[in-house]
Design a protein around this ligand. Structure first.
Ligand SMILES: [Zn+2]
Length: 137
């Protein structure tokens, strides 16, 4: 049960995703820089809207990158695949789908339910990675 699990292929997937995200972030940053030239302050300017969309997307990609890197750090520390809330092993089937998950299904569902009712008071005890997966930020 508590034998060491092999996450080699998940590490490879996370590393791939990290590279992919870095590339996308670079592309987007270039697009945003380019769109800064000749911005019309007129509010209805479609270029401004496009730029705002890109800025929002960039921030989402950076969150995602942080989450992937946190998962990689957890692998190095040996805490990967363990629910950060209850300490249970996260089943490999879940990690295959969400390699950067840091909560087990039960905790994720429970926290989501409490958050929806405005009853969850331990949010600050969760990592940014977990909060991001709950899409609260
Ligand atoms: Zn849990």
């Amino acid at each position: 049960m508590s034998e060491k699990r092999d996450f080699t292929h998940l590490r490879e997937r996370l590393l791939d995703e990290e590279q992919h995200l870095l590339q996308e972030i670079r592309n987007l940053e270039t697009a945003i820089r380019t769109s800064e030239v000749g911005i019309d302050v007129d509010e209805g300017d479609p270029e401004v809207t496009e730029r705002e969309k890109n800025v929002a997307l960039l921030s989402a990609l950076k969150d995602r990158l942080e989450s992937v890197r946190a998962a990689l750090r957890a692998m190095d520390k040996g805490t990967y695949g363990i629910c950060e809330r209850c300490g249970a092993e996260i089943p490999i089937e879940r990690l295959e789908i969400y390699p950067d998950a840091s909560l087990c299904v039960k905790c994720q569902a429970e926290v989501e339910r409490l958050v929806k009712r405005g009853m969850y008071r331990e949010l600050e005890t969760l990592s940014q990675r977990a909060r991001r997966s709950l899409q609260l930020d």
